[in-house]
Design a protein around this ligand. Structure first.
Ligand code: G3H
Ligand code: ZN
Length: 278
């Protein structure tokens, strides 16, 4: 299957009442592993990569890898730019073939967040690509990026933000955190308030470490996309770490790379299945 358009993926998930996992990749092994994991459980989702991770390769390389990883795919999978940090990053990824993007201008003052988001939306909608935006800020560590700001999404701003930006998905801050160093405290009453005033589907960042029963409960209140990064990165890193501890002359990259694909795929499979348990 080709890389599926983000709007089509969202429609498919809503039609079948699925939660869409969005798994962060960094490299070749994780990209193939995510595709393998979603196909193993026959459930849809996203392969995503953050702006910050694109410096290892390029949007064009990630598109080529994803196309190859999905050539035998039987389930719809989109390729998403996660935490797009600039209009230029968004534009380059859309031009390369990404089928869904996030412009993350949540660190800017409200009016500047709106302006940056709308500029990205205008470009992406010209090419039929949906845009995720963020309102509020998450604490935590997104790999080497640490954010101390912690302001939950304000329900009073949501309708205005959606109306003026035209974004298609909204990432919210409801006590979720990036990374595994802090404990998430998901504010379901706030999520219910946000869902009542938001006409687009919601996104939860910081999926790693959030109890699965809470993840499943969020589906009742407009949540559609759940981001997972740390859980998969841990599966990848642990593969090599364990090998080195067992034998510090370990030198078979191919063996460990294949093992890392299997371990990351198993993690993706398990998460996808559990969050979609009916
Ligand atoms: O954007 C990526 C996700 O928010 C990753 O969060 O590493 O806590 O799963 P996580
Ligand atoms: Zn995130």
């Amino acid at each position: 299957m080709k890389i599926v358009n983000g709007f089509d993926l969202m429609d498919y998930a809503v039609k079948h009442n699925y939660l869409l996992p969005s798994f962060n990749t960094t490299n070749l092994e994780m990209t193939y592993a995510i595709a393998k994991g979603l196909n193993a459980v026959n459930l849809p989702g996203y392969i995503q990569i953050s702006s910050n991770n694109l410096r290892l390769s390029s949007p064009e390389a990630i598109v080529a890898l994803t196309k190859d990883a999905l050539k035998d795919s039987d389930v719809p999978i989109s390729l998403h730019l996660d935490h797009g940090k600039s209009y230029e990053d968004v534009k380059r990824c859309v031009d390369a073939g990404f089928t869904s993007v996030m412009i993350d201008a949540s660190h800017l003052p409200y009016e500047e967040n709106i302006a940056a988001t709308k500029k990205a939306v205008d470009y992406c909608h010209f090419y039929g690509v949906p845009v995720e935006a963020e309102l509020g800020a998450l604490k935590g560590k997104e790999e080497d990026i640490v954010n101390e700001a912690d302001c939950k999404t304000d329900p009073k701003l949501v309708a205005d933000f959606i109306e003026r930006t035209g974004c298609d998905l909204l990432a919210v801050s409801i006590g979720n955190v990036h990374g595994l160093d802090m404990e998430p405290k998901i504010d379901i009453p706030l999520l219910k308030e946000l869902s009542a005033v938001c006409k687009v589907p919601l996104v939860m960042h910081g999926g790693s470490g959030v109890p699965f029963e809470i993840i499943r409960e969020t589906k009742n209140y407009g949540m559609l996309k759940i981001n997972y990064g740390s859980d998969l990165r841990k599966a990848f890193i642990t593969t090599f770490g364990k090998a080195y501890v067992q034998n510090n002359n370990a030198a078979s990259v191919i063996e460990l790379s294949l093992e890392s694909v299997e371990n990351v795929s198993q993690t993706a499979q398990s998460i996808t299945k559990i969050i979609n348990q009916q």
